[in-house]
Write a protein that binds this ligand. Structure first.
Ligand code: NAP
Length: 307
């Protein structure tokens, strides 16, 4: 049976990815939206999630595409109303608020799905398979993009809870925590924060695996020209290199996978499957690494950022 779903927040990612992916997911049917500023032709539109939940008692699920700050209240309202909830990444503005949501969902008997879209990139599961029994020597994450191109006008991203450069960086960490065969933890971090902002524009994160291999990550939001989203894993065996955020895989330099972007279609298919199974999926390890980077981070003020 088709699951009816409401979408909350009609911003960049809702329009670029959620709407087309929902249209391609027969198990789910978009039946209404909640947005302060926008509406979709032919669908009931509400100003906020509370109004949508009150007016749509038959709606079974909601998908939240709003910024992380404020998402807790929206998710909590949906769970209290007995609806299944899918969360954009990062799943919240803090680790503990999402743990609270997971407990609430468990108690209410609904599905909570904290998505990590980069984990759904085409080559990630194959990289995980290849690394399942590998001895890791070194991991190098290079995640450099142009904030002016990807996040124009997004003031929330610079506010507390907005993560700054860790908004893309957490995508890399979601892949690292999926493909490595052992846990990682940060040992040091440097956060470069513009003098007029609350969140970093660049960061370096030093981590190590449980068995002591170094994991170095460099995040930079001022890269113009070619954009870099690479994870290189050196092992005792073949070198595994994920490029383009996990869409491309090179094994010892030979390209073995290159695929088109199906990330959000996979996320919605997974959400429908979790609902059917009566299960939840909430892995907070990427958000925990970012929280630890902020706990350990040496904060350096850098020049003001203006769009
Ligand atoms: P966005 O373009 O700023 O859109 C967010 C939408 O949320 C807004 O358009 C607004 O929609 C609604 N909203 C509700 N409360 C808000 C508030 N206090 N401030 C700003 N907007 C508010 O952001 P986005 O890029 O779509 O990102 C949303 C989430 O998706 C973030 O967690 C982000 O990390 C994640 N994400 C983004 C991308 C990307 O490339 N942009 C990729 C993957 C994941 P209404 O006006 O309709 O209420």
């Amino acid at each position: 049976m088709t699951i009816t779903l409401g979408l909350v927040g009609l911003g960049t990612i809702a329009r670029n990815q959620h709407l087309p992916s929902l249209a391609d997911t027969p198990a789910l049917r978009l039946t209404a939206t909640a947005s302060r500023n926008a509406a979709l032709e032919g669908l009931p539109a509400y100003h906020d999630i509370e109004a949508m939940l009150a007016a749509e008692p038959e709606m079974q699920a909601v998908s939240l595409c709003t910024p992380p700050q404020g998402r807790f209240e929206q998710a909590a309202a949906a769970i209290r109303a007995g609806r299944h909830v899918m969360l954009e990444k990062p799943p919240g503005a803090s680790v503990s608020e999402v743990q609270t949501l997971a407990a609430m969902a468990r108690d209410r008997g609904v599905t909570l799905y904290a998505t990590w879209h980069s984990r759904a990139a085409a080559a990630v599961e194959e990289a995980r398979r290849l690394l399942a029994h590998a001895s890791i020597r070194r991991v190098t994450v290079t995640w450099k993009e142009d904030v002016r191109h990807w996040h124009p006008g997004q003031e929330w991203i610079w506010q507390p809870g907005g993560l700054g450069v860790f908004d893309p960086g957490i995508n890399a960490l979601s892949v690292v925590t999926r493909i490595l065969p052992e846990p990682v933890h940060p040992t040091a971090a440097v956060l470069e924060v513009p003098a007029n902002k609350q969140a970093p524009i660049a960061a370096r994160l030093r981590m190590r695996t449980a068995s002591g291999a170094p994991v170095e990550a460099e995040f930079d939001w001022l890269q113009t020209g070619p954009q870099t989203w690479d994870i290189r894993v050196e092992t005792e065996g073949p070198e595994i290199l994920l490029r383009q955020g996990g869409a491309v895989l090179l094994v010892d330099g030979a390209e073995t996978i290159t695929a088109s972007d199906e990330e959000y279609r996979r996320l919605y298919a997974r959400f429908a499957a979790l609902i059917a199974q009566g299960a939840s999926e909430v892995d907070l390890s990427p958000l925990q690494l970012v929280a630890d980077a902020f706990l350990l981070g040496e904060r350096r003020l850098v020049e003001e950022f203006h769009e």
